[in-house]
Design a binder for this molecule. Structure first.
Ligand code: NAP
Ligand code: MG
Length: 402
């Protein structure tokens, strides 16, 4: 059988620990037998990041900008213990943070559904994709404790340092208390909005956006206005053509509607709401091993990955020669997401078709009762007893269905 040819490369970012092991096996067992794989390879494993003083991460992000499509393996974000373990020159920053800064993107997290794995909210039949604005608000907040009472003000100066506005936050009188100031930038909110509108069109899902604008009449209202303006002027016609809608509502109303919904919604959240709600949504769908993540920039660059980390505990078992049962599904879907996008951009439908086929074979493997250990307790289907497979055996079971 002739292998499927690729016109342009995908930027391949290798990673660490157990996911680095799976990475190699996925390529060997599921991709390279069928595709003449063209990648521009960057080794983001911690050892090589340290050797290159983290330049490799910057180079990979720039390559992702050049080629538009990247696929990334999970990587270690070093902490003090990792600095010691890997004898690092310094505590390098999170690669995901670096890539996000360079691509200026929004992260979309989407669950993979398989029959038999019932979400904790059983009404959810379709994926809920969560888009979190990753800039500002309380994550870039300034705050202090007020110890001797007195007054706190919010002061805005112009570029010459002249106060243009001074608002009393609170007259604490003789009380102790706390005070906080947060900010955001129009530019960042605009690019968040465009990323969300583009993604919704891409996957043909309705988009919901919610804030607390009834209470926050200037701050949250500004988010609402920016989304509305961009929608009206740039996206309304495209949404109508695609047969999807954009809805704005209050955050508490959105939460209630999400729980009652059957899924199939792209949910855009402000930074804090997204932080909290993404953990709720991910947990409710079942396992971290079934959650994918894609970084989309407003100018159309895509970086695909699994939402989980490097699964350290499994890696140390693997190093000791013990069997592991690590879920590779989200990493497989990172590859299929990237190949599908590559195929769409390059107009190579056979590559898109291959990626879809691999996704179907993966899901079918689980639905027919063959899965990794994390999924076994979640699986309930009449007449099928779930079988726990070792990491590579699962990949072979998928390959058999290919
Ligand atoms: P983790 O690697 O996601 O693993 C946490 C636990 O979740 C695992 O020990 C395992 O539970 C379970 N798990 C996660 N993914 C799984 C999978 N695919 N199959 C089966 N079980 C899975 O998170 P972590 O332990 O907090 O972090 C480990 C390293 O990953 C850290 O160095 C961190 O910096 C890095 N990290 C990277 C990314 C990224 O690159 N995007 C994201 C998060 C964390 P059991 O042990 O109970 O089986
Ligand atoms: Mg969180």
């Amino acid at each position: 059988m002739a292998k499927i040819a690729m016109k342009n490369p995908v930027v391949e970012m290798d990673g660490d620990e157990m996911t680095r092991v799976l990475w190699q096996w996925i390529k060997e067992d599921l991709i390279c037998p069928y595709v003449d794989l063209k990648t521009e390879y960057y080794d983001l494993g911690l050892v090589h990041r340290d050797e290159t003083n983290d330049q490799v991460t910057v180079d990979a992000a720039n390559a992702n900008k050049k080629y538009k499509v990247g696929v990334k393996c999970a990587t270690i974000t070093p902490n003090a213990q990792r600095v010691e373990e890997y004898k690092l020159k310094q505590m390098w920053k999170s690669p995901n943070g670096t890539i996000r800064r360079i691509l200026d993107g929004t992260v979309f997290r989407a669950p993979i559904l398989a029959k038999g794995i019932t979400p904790y909210i059983p009404g959810w039949k379709k994926p809920i994709v969560l888009a979190r604005h990753a800039y500002g608000d309380v994550y870039a907040g300034v705050e202090t404790q007020v110890k001797q009472g007195g007054k706190a003000y919010l002061v805005v100066e112009d570029s010459e340092g002249k106060a243009v506005e001074k608002l009393l936050v609170q007259d604490f009188k003789n009380s102790d208390g706390i005070v906080q100031a947060v900010h955001n930038l129009d530019k960042s909110i605009e690019s968040f909005a465009r990323s969300c509108f583009n993604y919704a069109l891409d996957v043909k899902m309705p988009l919901w956006f919610a804030t607390k604008d009834t209470i926050s009449k200037k701050y949250d209202h500004h988010f609402k206005d920016i989304f509305a303006h961009i929608y009206e002027t740039e996206y309304k016609a495209k949404f109508e053509e695609a047969g999807i809608e954009y809805m704005y509502t209050l955050i508490d109303d959105a939460v209630a509607r999400i729980v009652r919904s059957e899924g199939g919604i792209l949910w855009a959240c402000k930074n804090y709401d997204g932080d909290v709600m993404s953990d709720m949504v991910a947990t409710a769908y079942g396992s971290l091993g079934l959650m994918t993540s894609v970084l989309v920039s407003p100018d159309g660059n895509y970086e695909f990955e699994a939402a989980h980390g490097t699964v350290t505990r499994h890696y140390y078992k693997h190093l000791k020669g013990e069997e592991t049962s690590t879920n590779s599904v989200a990493t497989i879907f990172a590859w299929t997401g990237a190949l599908k996008k590559r195929g769409e951009l390059d107009n190579t439908p056979e590559l898109v078709e291959f990626a879809k086929r691999l996704e179907q074979a993966t899901v079918r493997t689980i639905e027919e009762g063959e899965m990794t250990g994390d999924l076994v307790p979640l699986f309930h289907a009449e007449g099928i007893t779930p079988k726990k497979l070792e990491s590579r055996t699962f990949l072979k079971a998928v390959a058999k269905r290919m």
